[in-house]
Ligand binder design. Structure first.
Ligand SMILES: [Zn+2]
Length: 229
């Protein structure tokens, strides 16, 4: 059983970008994030305590890796502080793409995030893309999965060009590697169940052949996260 964790409240996000490999030229880069106040998505738990997203049915038009050809330079979690996103890198001014179809609910400079975009998706998720050199879409715009929404940069508190990518439910970030295989730049073609637990935390499970297989509970303050190697 794999377990995923997330602080109950992520009002203050702290980001540390750490070099993962000695051969990487990127130097240690400590980001301190300020509060990112983004209106939570339409509450997917408004009428039910759980909702399901069936990625096994998603066609190539319905999802996109946010930065094609990228490698992870800093995973969700992190050794020194909670990192609410996954840092992925290719080269400066590369194309940042919408992971799924949805509406842009934030586009602009936002404290340490630099030029930041948040998209609210019809499937109940939100995604965030930051440090962009330039945002190409404005608030209210509907974007399709795979559409180029920004260019890779290092605006905000970043010392190397990369995308800080977050996946969220109701404004709370969870490990994007639950949904994406970052090594392969692929969406995990599974059925995900998002449950609101009695204590308000988020639990993410996968279904296979109609049977619940593994629980990924986000509850306690914990810095270890799947995707950290
Ligand atoms: Zn980051």
């Amino acid at each position: 059983m794999k377990r995923y964790t997330l602080p109950v409240t992520l009002l203050t996000l702290t980001c540390f970008i750490l070099p993962l490999h000695a051969q990487d030229e990127e130097k240690a880069d400590i980001d301190e994030w300020q509060t990112l106040k983004v209106e939570a998505a339409r509450d997917p738990f408004e009428k039910t305590k759980q909702f399901t997203i069936n990625f096994s049915n998603y066609t190539i038009e319905e999802w996109s890796y946010p930065l094609r050809g990228a490698h992870v330079i800093s995973p969700f979690g992190g050794a020194r502080a909670h990192h609410a996103g996954t840092d992925i890198k290719t080269h400066p001014n590369d194309s940042v793409r919408a992971a799924f179809t949805g509406e842009v609910i934030l586009s602009g400079p936002h404290y340490g995030y630099g030029n930041c975009i948040v998209i609210r998706h019809a499937n109940g998720l939100e995604t965030l893309y930051s440090h962009n050199s330039k945002n190409l879409v404005s608030v209210g715009r509907w974007v399709h999965a795979g559409e180029v929404i920004a260019l890779v940069g290092r605006t905000g508190r970043a010392t190397t060009e990369h995308v800080h990518f977050e996946t969220r439910v109701r404004g709370k970030a969870f490990d994007s590697s639950i949904l994406f295989d970052h090594d392969k730049n692929q969406l995990r073609k599974e059925i995900f169940v998002f449950e609101k637990m009695p204590n308000g935390t988020l639990r993410i499970s996968t279904l296979k052949a109609g049977k619940k297989e593994e629980g990924k509970e986000n509850g306690k303050e914990e810095t270890k996260a799947e995707g950290k190697k």
